[in-house]
Design a protein around this ligand. Structure first.
Ligand code: ATP
Ligand code: MN
Length: 373
């Protein structure tokens, strides 16, 4: 039997539903079905289902890998129903040239496969190939209040980079995220810490829908990896981000060894030369320690122990080297995969067909519940 929980990952559930004991598992032709932990009614039986996604904004960075993708690889082994999506609709919230988006979709897919995502163990698909995501987002948008969306920090931060005061798409993309998750009645969502508030919105939307139309959606839980948030190398008070315009802030997993060395050499730390771990008072050097620990598999204590006597300038090179070592094989594999575009396209299409098979009956039921049928 697959183990639904990993000791190394933290599962955050909505504080609202009262916990109930796990219902007994039962075998079905489709695999293992487990009753929703919070469910009581027979029709509330749901599969433990993982959903997560990544925007094709470019190749993934250290934060994406350590905060999300690495966890995805473990979860595809542990759960029987797992969906990972290349979120092309989301990436239009920060508009880019169509040719670049097309290329980014394939590059992101190659990167994810190279990191160990196996389309035999999960459904890997392109979001826009399943238009029900957008249709459900419309329905969910009609039960979501604007002030709630206006309070979300990602809206406040990202709208600042748009000259028009922020588009409707940027404001409402968390509703589309809720639709992404709920369209498959997903129960668990592995995300980085930056997405926790968006997942809380999805939980609230699920509960709101259930109250209005009858118990239907499981309330999805967040699965946080042990490395929750990697910070920008230029400003350790903000997260590392694909859309950060400062090139030295973000280490991409395809960066060359020289680029990696340069980015770590220029990483912002402070005036103390000792290597210590205290994210509140020394965010820069602590971010380096977190990265070092995550890529080497050593604990924070072990990493600190090894670094006794090093000053931060030397330590930056140690971290750079461990990052180079970690990503060298992945980088080679990405290059190989990028040579076969038609294979990448086929993977995404085959995944979408399977995702659609799951989504169609659920969406039909939603249509009936809201009165479209
Ligand atoms: P963008 O700046 O375009 O939003 P991003 O860097 O935030 O890009 P996403 O595609 O939005 O990347 O996120 C993909 C996954 O990576 C999400 O699960 C997100 O929580 C996680 N993630 C993103 N940035 C970090 C980070 N700095 N540390 C840990 N996890 C992260
Ligand atoms: Mn993001």
């Amino acid at each position: 039997m697959r183990q639904p929980f990993r000791a190394s990952a933290l599962i955050l559930s909505s504080p609202r539903p009262p916990p109930s004991p796990p219902a007994p598992a039962m075998a079905t032709p489709g695999g293992l079905i487990r009753a929703a932990r919070r469910g009581t009614l027979a029709q509330n039986m749901v599969v433990d289902r993982i959903f997560s996604g990544i925007q094709p904004t470019g190749t993934p960075h250290l934060g994406n890998y350590l905060g999300a993708i690495q966890n995805w690889v473990n979860l595809q082994e542990e759960y029987s129903s797992v969906l990972y999506s290349i979120m092309d609709m989301h990436s239009l919230t920060m508009p880019k040239e169509p040719a670049l988006l097309r290329q980014n979709i394939l590059d992101t897919t190659a990167a994810i496969l190279a990191c160990g995502i196996d389309p035999k163990k999960c459904f890997l698909f392109r979001q826009s190939l399943v238009p029900e995501h957008a249709e459900l987002a419309w329905i969910l948008g009609c039960i979501t209040n604007v002030p709630r969306l206006l309070r979300l920090p990602q809206w406040k931060m990202k709208r600042a980079s748009q000259s028009n005061g922020g588009t409707v798409g940027l404001l409402t993309y968390p509703v589309l995220q809720a639709a992404d998750i709920l369209l498959y009645k997903s129960t668990h969502v592995p995300v980085g810490e930056d997405q926790v508030l968006h997942l809380e919105l999805a939980q609230d939307i699920a509960q709101h829908f259930n109250k209005k139309y009858g118990e239907f959606f499981p309330v999805p839980k967040a699965i946080l990896s042990t490395t929750k948030k990697i910070k920008s190398l230029r400003d350790p008070t903000v997260k590392m981000s694909k859309s950060d315009p400062q090139k030295l802030a973000t280490v991409n997993i395809v960066d060359s060894p020289d680029e990696i060395v340069l980015k770590f050499r220029k990483a912002v730390t402070d005036f103390t030369s000792e290597v210590t771990y205290d994210p509140a008072s020394r965010p820069g050097v602590s971010n380096l320690v977190s990265i070092h620990s995550a890529v080497s598999g050593l604990s924070i204590e072990e990493v600190l122990h090894q670094s006794v006597g090093l000053d931060t300038a030397h330590y930056k090179m140690v971290v750079a080297e461990s990052v180079i070592q970690k990503f060298a094989p992945i980088r080679n594999e990405i290059k190989k995969l990028q040579e076969d575009k038609s294979h990448l396209i086929k993977v995404l299409e085959a995944g979408a067909e399977k995702a659609k098979e799951l989504a169609t009956p659920i969406y039909q039921e939603i249509r009936r519940l809201v009165g479209f049928q």
